[in-house]
Design a protein around this ligand. Sequence first.
Ligand SMILES: [Zn+2]
Length: 173
Amino acid sequence: MIIQLDVCENPEGFSGQIAADNVAAIWELLEQVKDPEIPVLSLRDLGVLRNVENSAGKIVVTITPTYSGCPALDVMQEDISKVLTANGIVDVEVKTVLSPAWTTDWISTEGKQKLEKFGIAPPAGATLANRPERCPLCASSATSLISEYGSTACKAMYQCDDCKESFCYFKVI
Ligand SMILES: [Zn+2]
């Protein structure tokens, strides 16, 4: 990715790599910030990254965590600040907005594809039954629930009736 060099109007005279008001470039940069629990997904893929705006020279990033009280929240805020600071944007505020609550519908199509490639069945569409549409390994639609709770609160464990592999399902919430 090529980022346009521009003068950064930071009071400390820091000459940043990207212009602090280049909101589109900041969205691109934030693609680097991954979900602490599912490192194949960026916060952008997840729909956790809600907004980026330039408020009188300060970059305000708004996020909605996947569920409230999520211990990963501090990590996400820190990662966002780190990525922006490393690119010359130092006046950053990361705002957390809990309402409206995050839902799995906010995961992008690309995000769902990445989940499946990673071996996690993506959440079904809101109008479908809350179960995996297919096994992420062999694409069989014959799957059985093993446990309502997987490695994190948002997943359930399923087993494929065909290839017999067990896998995580990212539950619709
Ligand atoms: Zn299978």
